[in-house]
Design a protein around this ligand. Structure first.
Ligand SMILES: Cc1cc2nc3c(=O)[nH]c(=O)nc-3n(C[C@H](O)[C@H](O)[C@H](O)COP(=O)(O)O)c2cc1C
Length: 188
């Protein structure tokens, strides 16, 4: 039995990011077993829980400011794998994802070793600019964060030139790649 957490980081309903993440989940399920669990965390709901830099999370292993954040961090601690999907916002991930990642100090012990090492992850990012692939840069940034935490990034998918709402449905090759990425999460 595998437990997977999907971090959804776009505020748009039926966003390009959502569509991509859902394809990845289809891929995960295509090779999984019936008792596998896939749970989503809608990061838009977490926007009001901004890290206040109290610095107590590393020793505590949880967020002492916001129980709701601790609840979501525990979901990740109990999971085998992570799917992180985000739109590019000004050369970075969306603010919703950044606000949540800022709480990942709770994944570190005081000596900077990781409480979540050994988990697996796949990443996806989408950007509007057809020329410059900032989605690739964002995936690379996320990969560095996860590697620092000892999480094995199995693969990533960056899609550029997708600006309009839902435009990614026309990117059939990218959707196929998203499916394959999901299928690889626990098989590669
Ligand atoms: C606040 C904001 C900042 C953005 N910054 C960039 C950017 O730096 N580069 C880019 O290529 N696209 C940028 N975009 C465009 C989005 O990445 C693009 O529209 C994407 O498809 C949105 O995905 P979604 O439908 O999942 O929300 C930005 C969009 C917003 C709302």
């Amino acid at each position: 039995m595998k437990r997977t957490i999907v971090l959804m980081a776009s505020p748009r309903l039926q966003s390009n990011t959502d569509i991509l993440a859902n394809k990845i989940v289809e891929g995960i399920k295509s090779v999984g077993s019936p008792d596998d669990i896939v749970e989503q965390i809608d990061l838009v709901e977490m926007q009001k829980y901004v890290c206040c830099a109290c610095g107590r999370c590393r020793a505590a292993g949880q967020c002492l400011q916001f129980p709701k954040v601790t609840e979501k961090l525990e979901m990740i601690k109990e999971a085998d794998g992570l799917v992180i999907a985000t739109p590019v916002w000004w050369l970075s991930s969306s603010s919703y994802l950044k606000i949540f990642i800022d709480h990942w100090g709770a994944f570190l012990r005081p000596d900077y070793t990781s409480r979540i090492s050994g988990k697996r992850a796949v990443l996806a990012a989408v950007c509007g600019n057809p020329q410059e692939d900032l989605a690739e840069k964002v995936c690379d940034d996320l990969r560095q964060i996860l590697s620092f935490l000892g999480v094995k990034v199995i693969g990533h998918l960056s899609v550029k030139g997708v600006a309009d709402h839902g435009a990614i449905v026309r990117e059939t090759q990218s959707l196929e790649s998203a499916f394959e990425l999901g299928a690889a999460l626990y098989t590669k």
